[in-house]
Every structure is written in C-alpha cells, then in structure tokens.
Design a protein around this ligand. Structure first.
Ligand code: THU
Length: 138
C-alpha cells in the first residue's frame, strides 16, 4: 500500500475523533506487515486523563486482534476541518510503537494532506529508545 492511501485512511479515521475538549482531532492509520490497516482516532474524556491518542487507539485495536508486526503509521491532526500542519506523535505513543516495532524500519508518516507529508523512522523520532531488547537476558 502506498503512503497516499494510508494517509487517506488516516483522514477518514480523523472524522471519528471524539475531541470535545481540546477540539484537536487526530486520525491514524496503522499498516501491518501483511497489508491490513487498523484505523484509530483520539478519544477524550471529561476527566481528561483517560483520553487516548489516535495512534494508541490504532495500535491497541491491532494488537488486541492478534497483530504483532507493523510496517508504517500515517498520522493527521489539527484544530480545523482539514489539517493545516503536521501532527507529531506524543512521547507516550512513540514508546508504544517502540514495544512492537523495529525502530530502524518502522515508518512514521506525518501528513497535512495526501500530497504533503513527511516520513521518518521511529529511530529518528525516538533516539536511543528503550524497548523489549533492553530487558532481554543475554
Ligand atoms: N493527540 C493524539 O491523538 N495524538 C498525538 O500524537 C498528539 C495528541 C490528541 C490527544 C488529545 O485528544 C488531543 O490530541 C490534544 O492533545
């Protein structure tokens, strides 16, 4: 699947965002190595702290369905009807990615539109990340 199609699905996911407090709507589309896509949106809460980011919604949907191998994630977000700037994954979401992805290979696509996007590896976005390998016995 190409980046454009993954971004299109992230934009679609964003339409489901539940963000009545921040009004900042985020959508994510997570591509598995087998080619399946899991979509996620941010889901806020009146108590604030139980809110969940779009990226983690997508990851937890996928992992709870048995997926463990991921290729890329597309992320779109913003306050307006259409994104006007890049929405970068928060630190907590980067750490969740670190749990399931090879940081040198997993691609994070932050997009404004299907035409305007940037692609970086997880390693670039989370340098010296702490992951499962760090607590493996030698
Ligand atoms: N948010 C995400 O969904 N993903 C991110 O990577 C950054 C922030 C959400 C959380 C909250 O609902 C809103 O955006 C404003 O922070």
């Amino acid at each position: 699947m190409d980046n454009k199609e993954l971004i299109r699905q992230a934009l679609e996911a964003r339409q489901m965002a539940y963000a009545p407090y921040s009004k900042y709507k985020v959508g994510a589309a997570l591509l598995t190595k087998q080619g399946r896509v899991y979509k996620g949106c941010n889901i806020e809460n009146a108590a604030y702290t139980p809110s969940n980011c779009a990226e983690r919604t997508a990851f937890f949907k996928a992992v709870s369905e048995g997926e463990r191998a991921f290729e890329a994630i597309a992320i779109v977000g913003g306050l307006q009807d259409s994104p006007t700037d890049y929405a970068y994954p928060c630190g907590v979401c980067r750490q969740v990615m670190m749990e399931f992805c090879n940081p040198e290979e997993f691609r994070i696509i932050t997009a404004v539109s299907e035409e305007q996007y940037m692609e970086q590896t997880l390693a670039a976005m989370l340098p010296h990340g702490f992951g499962p390998d760090n607590i493996k016995e030698q």
